[in-house]
Design a protein around this ligand. Structure first.
Ligand code: AMP
Length: 227
């Protein structure tokens, strides 16, 4: 994959993208992944896939996801342990992990075990209100997990996934009450993680204004990774 001449090579090999629910982080991550052949590691999607399969892990986390709460840290590590990372051959983009202060040492363990180091921590920064408004327009493909937005990132054909034609749905955790809960959870549990990386690695941290247009956010992210 990395030898394709069409793929542009960013200076940053591995990165973590943070952003509150509704910040648009997953959409910009998708775009960057296509441009620069990052492999996206998305814990939320790994968990939703387990729920869809109805396996033991899926049954344990289904209610937690539906309420907009966070899955216990050990289960997240379990999910990630199964992912075979090959950081020499692939660029990794983490979306949705680490999400609690307790997961920071888990992330360090992952870096040690697979032998890589994150070169950039990115925060897509938006206010809570703007994020909540955006979330109501969000749609997702249940087959591949690709995300869309009715206004900001519509599919080519209404309600159909561009990649596999799957019928787009609204996520079960995008209702008003759950959305509000997820914002609270982010402020309480994930913002301290962002603050930790900003304070610990100021030169490897960048905040991007997520209130701009989708294209402008993508351009800032491309610049940040050195494309
Ligand atoms: P996301 O798609 O990243 O918004 O994640 C959807 C849901 O999956 C979250 O609301 C959490 O319930 C759960 N989740 C995803 N990643 C994590 C994580 N790193 N730690 C705990 N829960 C997570």
């Amino acid at each position: 994959m990395l030898t394709d001449p069409e793929i542009r090579r960013p200076a940053v090999r591995h990165l973590v993208v943070f952003g509150r629910p509704g910040s648009g982080k997953s959409s910009v991550a998708d775009r960057l992944a296509v441009q620069a052949a990052y492999r996206i590691v998305r814990t939320g999607e790994l968990l939703r896939a387990a729920v869809r399969r109805g396996d033991p892990l899926g049954r344990r986390v289904e209610g937690i996801l539906a309420r907009g709460e966070l899955v216990p840290d050990p289960l997240i590590f379990e999910v990630l342990e199964d992912a075979q990372f090959r950081p020499e051959e692939e660029r990794l983009l983490f979306d949705g992990f680490p999400r609690t202060v307790g997961q920071i040492p888990d992330f360090d363990r992952l870096e040690d075990r697979f032998g890589f180091q994150v070169g950039l921590y990115v925060e897509i920064a938006v206010g809570e209100r703007a994020a909540m408004e955006r979330m109501t327009g969000r749609r997702v493909c249940p087959r591949c997990g690709k995300t869309y937005h009715v206004a900001n990132k519509p599919p080519r054909v209404a309600d159909r996934c561009d990649d596999d034609g799957g019928e787009l749905i609204r996520r079960a955790d995008d209702t008003a009450e759950v959305v509000a809960n997820r914002q609270r959870v982010y402020a309480e549990l994930t913002q301290p993680v962002v603050d930790h990386y900003q304070a610990t690695y100021p030169r490897r941290f960048v905040a991007i204004d997520g209130g701009q247009s989708f294209d402008a956010v993508c351009r800032d992210l491309e610049r940040a990774v050195g494309l």
